[in-house]
Each structure stands twice: as structure tokens, then as C-alpha cells.
Design a protein around this ligand. Structure first.
Ligand code: NAP
Length: 250
């Protein structure tokens, strides 16, 4: 087997677990993150000779252009890099809003659009987009995050249908709370204490369920039983009230 995967946001959390999972399957890996120290730490932890580690700030267009110009066409793209964004309406500056949109939506689209002609030539490939359950529900004080994740969800769903007969599967994964560094990184430590344990799932589970869905050619997956169960109720007022209460800072 000589399959190549490109994973963005591979230094920790879901991206790192994805790299670990694929390394066990013998994939060659292009692993992208932005912080050198964390990348090195993940390199030592993964300890896998078929992995190459790259440093790029994916919130910048020139990074995506450089990847498209210099990387081999992947057989699998895992568009995962991202950060939690918390802030009241009116509080996040325009340049920050644009940066976040590019990192988790515009840049993901540029990456996929750039690679797709060569993937189509190969007539084979898979694309996985890590969105969020926030794409499907209202998230007061995280409206920017939920709109970005909804945007990339809509793109992924649409191209999934468009590419159906071209042997390229596109799967959008919509995790709820996952035990990673995401919340701690942006000072949302209160969530770790406040959100009940049963609402958290492990990154390994996200990867496993997402890979199963991708290999089956499913366009969307919600990892974890708890989130599958609550999906029909996400837009009810009661669900929004519970979300507001859980995420309220003391
Ligand atoms: N954790 C959750 O509860 C949750 C729920 C739903 C969806 N998600 C989504 O899952 C994805 C992965 O998050 P995670 O929970 O695994 O968080 P994480 O542990 O904080 O990992 C985030 C990864 O993204 C990379 N990254 C962030 N900004 C970047 C940038 N500008 N350029 C390049 N790489 C960048 C980080 O690299 P560095 O280490 O170099 O910064 C890191 O490898 C995100 O898209 C997130 O929105 C997470």
C-alpha cells in the first residue's frame, strides 16, 4: 500500500489521533500544524518514519498556495485544523473574523479546490472535513464559530453529492465536545469543569467513526451516541437554553 494522506491540525487532538490511526494502516502522511514546538512533540510521540511534518499558518492564503504548489496530491485530505472562538457579537475584530473564516472555511475550500483536479484525474480519493455539531445549532457567544462550521458543512455536503459518481467520497464530521486541548487553548477552561462528563467524547472515537463513515462513502457523521440522540432536538428552545446555561461563565 502506498497511500498518502494530508492532515491539517495534526499536532494534537483529533488531527493527531487521525495521524496515529492512519500510521497503523501504513499510510504516508503529510502533517501540518503551525507551532514548531508542538509539531516536534507530536513527531516524537508519533515516531513514524512515513510521516513528514510541516509548519504553516493555515489562516493565511500564502500557506495554502504553497501547499498546493509543493505537495504531492493526497489520496485522503483530512481538513481538521481549527480553534474554538468565543466572543459576544460585536467583540471580534474584522481582521480576526476574516482570519478565522479563512482558517476553518475559506482556506479549506481553497485547499480542496486546488487538489480536486488531480484527484479527479486519479479517479480515486477521499476528503474528510471536521466541522462541528455547532453547524447545526444556535451557539450564542460562539456565533462566528458556528457560522464558519455551518459554511464548511454546506460546502462539504454539496461537493459530496457533486462527486458521488466520480469515486471521490466527501464526509463532514460534526463532533460535539471532544477531550482535546481546544478549549484550554483559548481560555475556556470553565467548560471543562462545567460540561457534564457524559457530554465529552474522546478524539479516538471521533476518528474511528469518521473513518468508518468516510470508507462507506457517507456524506456526514455525528460521532458519539449522545450527539446522535440529541440531534433531532438541537434547534428546540430548550436545547438552546441548556447550551446557554452550560457555557455561561461564572
Ligand atoms: N474539541 C472539540 O470539542 C471540538 C468539537 C467540534 C469540532 N472540533 C473541531 O475539531 C478540529 C480539531 O480541534 P481539536 O479539538 O483537536 O483541537 P486541538 O487539540 O486544539 O488541535 C487543533 C489543531 O489545529 C492546529 N491549528 C490551529 N490553528 C492553526 C493554524 N492557524 N494553522 C495551522 N494549524 C493550526 C493546531 O496546531 P498547533 O498546535 O500548531 O497550534 C492543532 O494541531 C477543529 O477544527 C475544531 O473546531 C473540536
Amino acid at each position: 500500500m502506498n497511500k498518502r494522506a494530508l492532515i491539517t491540525g495534526s499536532s494534537t487532538g483529533i488531527g493527531f489521533e487521525y495521524a496515529k490511526y492512519l500510521s497503523k494502516e501504513g499510510w504516508s502522511l503529510d502533517l501540518i500544524s503551525q507551532n514548531k514546538a508542538r509539531s516536534l512533540e507530536s513527531k516524537n510521540k508519533l515516531s513514524y518514519e512515513k510521516a513528514q511534518f510541516h509548519i504553516f499558518d493555515l489562516g493565511k492564503k500564502e500557506s495554502i498556495n504553497s501547499i498546493l504548489d509543493n505537495f504531492e496530491t493526497p489520496d485522503l485530505i483530512v481538513a481538521n485544523a481549527g480553534i474554538a472562538i468565543n466572543g459576544n457579537i460585536g467583540e471580534i475584530k474584522q481582521d480576526e473574523r476574516e482570519y478565522f473564516f479563512y482558517l476553518m472555511c475559506g482556506g479549506v475550500i481553497d485547499l480542496i479546490e486546488g487538489f480536486i483536479p488531480k484527484m479527479l484525474d486519479k479517479r480515486n480519493g477521499r476528503i474528510v472535513i471536521i466541522s462541528s455539531i455547532g453547524a447545526k445549532t444556535s451557539m450564542p457567544k460562539s456565533s462566528l464559530y458556528s457560522s464558519i462550521k455551518a459554511g464548511i458543512y454546506a460546502y462539504g455536503k454539496s461537493i459530496s453529492t457533486e462527486l458521488k459518481n466520480k469515486n471521490i467520497s466527501v464526509t463532514v464530521s460534526l463532533p460535539g465536545y471532544v477531550r482535546t486541548k481546544a478549549h484550554e487553548r483559548v481560555g475556556l477552561d470553565h467548560l471543562i469543569k462545567k460540561v457534564p462528563g457524559w457530554m465529552w467524547i474522546n478524539p479516538e472515537q471521533v476518528v474511528l467513526e469518521t473513518e468508518v463513515a468516510s470508507l462507506k462513502g457517507k456524506s456526514e457523521v455525528i460521532p458519539g451516541k449522545v450527539y446522535k440522540t440529541v440531534k433531532p432536538f438541537l434547534n428546540l428552545n430548550i436545547a438552546v437554553k441548556i447550551w446557554k446555561w452550560i457555557t455561561k461563565r461564572n
